[in-house]
Design a protein around this ligand. Sequence first.
Ligand SMILES: Cc1cc2nc3c(=O)[nH]c(=O)nc-3n(C[C@H](O)[C@H](O)[C@H](O)COP(=O)(O)OP(=O)(O)OC[C@H]3O[C@@H](n4cnc5c(N)ncnc54)[C@H](O)[C@@H]3O)c2cc1C
Ligand SMILES: *[C@@H]1O[C@H](CO)[C@@H](O)[C@H](O)[C@H]1NC(C)=O
Ligand SMILES: *[C@@H]1O[C@H](CO)[C@@H](O)[C@H](O)[C@H]1NC(C)=O
Ligand SMILES: *[C@@H]1O[C@H](CO)[C@@H](O)[C@H](O)[C@H]1NC(C)=O
Ligand SMILES: *[C@@H]1O[C@H](CO)[C@@H](O)[C@H](O)[C@H]1NC(C)=O
Length: 455
Amino acid sequence: MSDSPPKVLIVGAGLAGLFLAILFERANIPYQIFERAITMKPLGSVMCLNANILPVFEQLGLLDELMAISLPSRSNELFDGDMRAIADVRMKDLKKLVGYDFLVFARPDLYDLLLSRIPKEKLFLGKKLLSLQQNELGVMIRLADNSSFHGDILVGADGSYSGVRQSLYKELQKKGMLPTSDGKQLSVNFSTIVGTTNSLGEDFHPHMKESTTHHSAMIGKGSPYTWSTFTVPGNRICWCVNMQLDAKASEDESFRNSEWTSDTNETMLNEIRAFKTPYGDLGKLISATDEDRISRVYLEDKMFETWHHNRTVLIGDAAHKMLPSAGQGAVNAMQDAVVLANCLYDLKAVTSEAIAAAFQDFKDQRYSHVLTQYEASKHYAKILYGQTLWERIVRHAVFNYLPEFTKTMHLSKEMSYRPQATFIPRVPNHGTSEVLPQKPSWRYTELQKQGAAAV
Ligand SMILES: Cc1cc2nc3c(=O)[nH]c(=O)nc-3n(C[C@H](O)[C@H](O)[C@H](O)COP(=O)(O)OP(=O)(O)OC[C@H]3O[C@@H](n4cnc5c(N)ncnc54)[C@H](O)[C@@H]3O)c2cc1C
Ligand SMILES: *[C@@H]1O[C@H](CO)[C@@H](O)[C@H](O)[C@H]1NC(C)=O
Ligand SMILES: *[C@@H]1O[C@H](CO)[C@@H](O)[C@H](O)[C@H]1NC(C)=O
Ligand SMILES: *[C@@H]1O[C@H](CO)[C@@H](O)[C@H](O)[C@H]1NC(C)=O
Ligand SMILES: *[C@@H]1O[C@H](CO)[C@@H](O)[C@H](O)[C@H]1NC(C)=O
């Protein structure tokens, strides 16, 4: 950047924080990133990324490495709890249509890839944010180890129970500026247990030799459970079990906040070991999974209205927590990082007014897209994991009667939003379906003109 850029403090080294750091490396924006965990221990779950974000991986030179740890997804097979086939949904022409496959991989492999691009001295582990203070001169964060750091801008990328958000909202509440809906808790409707096995060997099952991921989804009858398996590179299988919480359980706060004792999770693990999968009982996969690669999490759901105030901005799950049903939470967290980096690259001055204007621009560019995905994730959750009678009927109709062209149209519309970094060269559209236009960077355009004039 030609003018002196802002100094940014990023709290949270999840997917949003790490992706933002990599973008800042390319934009020459100075930053430090603070993570509360002492060692990086991502959830051992499966993840998928699609054309909504893959162009940015390509821009950053990360796509080949991502493809090396992934398998493309071309089908989803649905079964009932006794492994009787319900539906087999295929999506052969996705790459032709949007230019990229759906890529499926184990989340820890993506963390390793992103971490390899971030200079060690900019990442601080074991740094839990306790509070923040901001004024016309700058922003200061205080951490649990009594250290404190100063910057021009604070980015809260610290997930669904964001400390930055809590601290910011407390400040806004005092000033009477917090919308009522933002004062309310996240709603918890599902709980999930996930894991990734160790290598099972290539002779474990014929699926291991396939060049695409094999996804099987099982829907239990008369129980709140649905479960899934995905093959990933390295002859491994990611598995997950979702449980729909009833309205009473999801409103019960003590239930939500209670820590799972080894007793409770041992009980749950024993219960799910008998579930059937294409590979025999789930217990077989659980036994092949290291204990620290198994996690149990709640799936919350909430769209916050306040994303920024003064020098502080929220991105990713801290601003909008979606159910993972549509596989869009991380995609949106990374899109936030892209658009925020674009807005900060174009920052005109490091004053609290200019910063607030850049944050508003960020929110204006992102809000409606996030809201659409948030609503879609709710909808998919009901179709995929819902166990009420109505949800079962809708699921049956969607998988069996929705014509192929409707699905294709729906997909091309969903995939038309593909924001790229505007301060480095764009990659062209590799597909046949349309891409939404994007606001260019005035600073990059200016530099290109100067460059052309110099030649
Ligand atoms: C089972 C499951 C499967 C999913 N599958 C997909 C998928 O296939 N595709 C997809 O797009 N999305 C998926 N998601 C959603 C996706 O994981 C999230 O949306 C994404 O991780 C959000 O990233 P984030 O960086 O905003 O938050 P997080 O990943 O939660 O990262 C926040 C980070 O901040 C740290 N932190 C928290 N508080 C503090 C503090 N006070 N001080 C310092 N650090 C702090 C945390 O330790 C953490 O490292 C899935 C989610 C789940 C639960
Ligand atoms: C940020 O906060 C400081 C201190 O309260 C205030 O002087 C300044 O005007 C604020 N800036 C904006 C853009 O709200
Ligand atoms: C932080 O400071 C307080 C008060 O100065 C002190 O009581 C506490 O032990 C310190 N904590 C750490 C982790 O150093
Ligand atoms: C989650 O639970 C709340 C309250 O129990 C309910 O209003 C909402 O519709 C549920 N959402 C989903 C996706 O099931
Ligand atoms: C089981 O509980 C222990 C202790 O609370 C916890 O450390 C571990 O991660 C849990 N395991 C699972 C599979 O939830």
